[in-house]
Design a protein around this ligand. Structure first.
Ligand code: PA5
Length: 446
């Protein structure tokens, strides 16, 4: 993985970026010594080592036991409890896997919304399929996954009987706290622990991310190897030139101080769509607080060059673009020659599709830099387990450093409670009675 921040230098001076280096060194030390705000959630730093052979073996046993009996594997979770797994699975799977019967089990998702249509459609599908599920919730009390799990558990029990249904459920939650842990112990589900010192959005390298990813047939050891190599590099380098997380954190903070308040992650491979969703959650929840933070957004190019591309080129000049470049697509396809040439495309005959995509990318970066958008480039040789592992660890580390530079605690998310409190009061949840009248009066005026 490589980073290039040279194309931001029309917008910020080199010394404006470099001046962060000393602070970054201090924050790096504070991370490693676990002395900074949020130190109780820094266990993710050691995950590449902590994911021991016995845990990986247990994951493998669950996969061997469940995969042959399931057409579909449902991952129930929201936010950090599903986005990391989805990012990796979607990046690596065949683009049309859902329509390929030989690729089983297909991983699908639930508990990340409260949509009646979505859940009803899901039940209709599951009536026809053999399936198993994992329910993932660190707190064990989050409403969206709890509702989905209650519905699917009932469905699973009606379909297979209580005893067999139990064998088709894997819970991933706190070791002792929360309603899900209680239910898991009572029912005897196979289960994994989300470590106390790892927050939801930093948990992709625990069973939270690795179990669903393994169920999709992905080699989790390669992900961990990539993450471990990146960790060694990031822990042992202390300059903007050698440490990509320093460079990224410094570049985006320097640009933020020049009024660049939105960062758009742009990928020219649609398979990276959910990687960008994971990144948005990581940075959005980590940095967006105390009335500060860069708003993380994403686009899929070239698709969105025909929609949001207009805004990026010409709209409000508050945007940073970070282009995620993939060197080698791992597949090979050329534009065919056509003697009639009615479509006037023969100038492309024989060219690889990825070459054309790369030219579109270069042209886009040039146009955006010319149009007032500083561009950061992050490159990986190809989309595989190892490089995704590297990227995951890089972004986690950079996010922590960037949050400290911004002056926030990157490991809490106090803002997430506000909607929940109102919703609980409106739904009459026990314990929220005092708020109920107030929110009802307000909601009737809306
Ligand atoms: O990153 C986070 O901490 C959050 O996005 C959580 O992952 C999300 O709210 C789900 O929480 P839980 O796993 O407790 O259900």
């Amino acid at each position: 993985m490589q980073i290039n921040i040279s194309q931001i230098l029309d917008y910020v001076k080199k010394e404006d970026v470099k001046r962060y280096e000393d602070s970054l060194k201090e924050y790096q030390k504070g991370l490693l010594d676990k002395t900074l705000a949020g130190h109780e959630f820094m266990g993710w730093l050691d995950l590449p080592e902590r994911m021991q052979e016995d845990q990986l073996a247990a994951i493998n046993d669950d996969v061997q036991r469940i995969a042959p009996e399931a057409d579909v594997f449902v991952v129930i979770g929201i936010g950090g409890s599903y986005l990391g797994a989805r990012a990796v699975i979607e990046a690596l799977k065949h683009s049309f896997e859902a329509l390929m019967p030989e690729k089983r089990p297909t991983v699908i998702y639930a508990g990340n919304n409260i949509s009646e249509k979505y859940l009803s459609d899901l039940l209709e599908l599951l009536d026809e399929k053999d399936y198993a599920l994992t329910v993932i919730s660190k707190s064990g009390t989050t409403t969206e996954p709890a509702i989905a799990f209650r519905i699917l558990r009932e469905h699973l029990e009606a379909k297979y009987g209580k005893k067999t249904a139990r064998r088709r459920i894997i819970a991933i939650t706190d070791k002792e706290k929360g309603a899900l842990r209680q239910l898991t112990n009572q029912e005897g589900y196979s289960s994994y622990v989300v470590p106390d010192d790892v927050g939801g959005r930093y948990s992709v390298l625990t069973p939270v991310g690795l179990l669903p990813v393994a169920m999709a047939g992905v080699d989790v050891r390669q992900i961990i190897r990539g993450a471990g190599d990146m960790r060694n590099q990031l822990n042992n380098t202390h300059t903007l030139e050698d440490n990509p997380a320093f460079a990224y954190a410094a570049a985006r903070n320097a640009l933020y101080n020049k009024g660049k308040t939105t960062e758009v992650m742009a990928a020219f491979e649609p398979a990276l769509h959910y990687f960008a969703e994971w990144w948005k959650q990581l940075f959005g929840e980590s940095e967006g607080k105390d009335a500060k933070g860069i708003f993380p957004a994403s686009v899929s190019f070239t698709t969105d060059l025909h929609s949001l591309g207009q805004y990026i080129q010409d709209g409000e000049r508050n945007i940073i673009e970070t282009v995620l470049h993939v060197e080698n697509p791992r597949k090979s396809l050329n534009v065919p020659e056509d003697s009639a040439n009615l479509d006037k495309l023969n100038y492309l005959s024989g060219k690889a599709i990825h070459e054309i995509n790369h030219k579109a990318e270069t042209g886009t970066i040039m146009a955006h830099v010319d149009g007032g958008v500083p561009v950061i480039q992050i490159s990986i040789p190809e989309i595989n387990e190892y490089h995704l592992g590297q990227l995951i660890f890089f972004y986690e580390y950079a996010c922590a450093l960037s949050g400290y530079l911004l002056g926030v605690n990157p490991f809490d998310q106090p803002g997430v409670e506000a909607y929940k409190n109102n919703m609980f009061a409106l739904l009459g949840k026990p314990g929220f009675e005092e708020k109920t009248n107030e929110v009802y009066n307000r909601s009737s005026k809306q």
